[in-house]
Design a protein around this ligand. Structure first.
Ligand code: PGA
Length: 249
């Protein structure tokens, strides 16, 4: 049985003092034990947040890593640095990284390799732009993103890979994909994983949805058979909203 996953992507928000309040509020909830709850703070807060959550069921993910082990990469963070902070999961390929920081499928392939070699778990984001949605090219777009990155991994790496489908047109825009649109893409992704590897692997991979998930639409989205939870941006910054989304999983 795939476990549900609700991951809060804090993006470039929160300071240690704000995070402390948010985490203390989150720790006050009794979340369903069959859901993995993850928060993803900025790099400077990874150590602080992972310390704070040490004896809890809430896990921590980084928002990005570099593909090199170390070296002259000003402003970047390595896999060993996040591990040093007690963090063993990273988001990779978020559309904001692709759009604003020029991450490409080619550089993401290197990052996926690095993360797998370092035994990190990956939340790997894919998703089409509005023009691909409108032209009907969205399946091919997402397929190509997968083929150039995680599909180059061997089958044994897949126990470390979570796929996040995040249509770019629905991120931070208030516009959510409909439950049917989400299910259609998730089922497509599961199908191509099955074709590339096998059905039992495809059935075991968690595929989560991101893009304007709120407490009001979470239930409808999460009740789709191929949706295993969500990657939550804006609504993860308020404990009440995030908790309601976790409880809808
Ligand atoms: P959003 O962000 O929930 O604010 O749309 C989702 C994401 O970017 O992961």
């Amino acid at each position: 049985m795939r476990k549900k996953i609700i991951a809060g992507n804090w993006k470039m928000n929160n300071t240690n003092s704000k995070s402390k309040i948010l985490l203390e509020e989150l720790l006050g909830y009794n979340f369903p034990t069959d859901t993995r709850v993850i928060v993803s703070p900025s790099h400077t807060q990874l150590g602080f947040v992972s310390d704070k959550l040490k004896n809890s069921n809430i896990e921590v993910a980084a928002q990005n890593i570099h593909y090199a082990s170390s070296g002259a990469y000003t402003g970047e963070i390595s896999s060993s640095m996040i591990k040093d902070s007690g963090v063993f999961i990273t988001i990779l390929g978020h559309s904001e990284r692709r759009t604003y920081f020029n991450e490409t499928d080619e550089s993401l392939k290197e990052k996926v390799d690095k993360a797998i070699n370092e035994n990190l778990e990956i939340i790997f984001c894919v998703g089409e732009e509005l023009v691909d949605r409108k032209s009907g090219n969205y399946f091919e777009y997402v397929k190509s993103q997968l083929e150039k990155t995680v599909f180059l991994q061997s089958i044994k790496s897949w126990n470390k890979i979570i796929i996040a489908y995040e249509p770019i047109w629905a991120i931070g825009t208030g516009e959510t994909a409909s439950p049917e649109q989400v299910q259609e893409m998730h089922s497509y992704i599961r199908n191509i994983i099955s074709k590339k590897y096998n059905k039992s692997l495809a059935d075991s991979v968690s595929i989560i949805y991101g893009g304007s998930v709120k407490s009001s639409n979470a239930n409808d989205i999460f009740s789709q058979s191929d949706v295993d939870g969500g990657l939550i941006g804006g609504a993860s910054l308020k404990s009440e909203d995030f908790a309601a989304i976790v409880n809808a999983s």
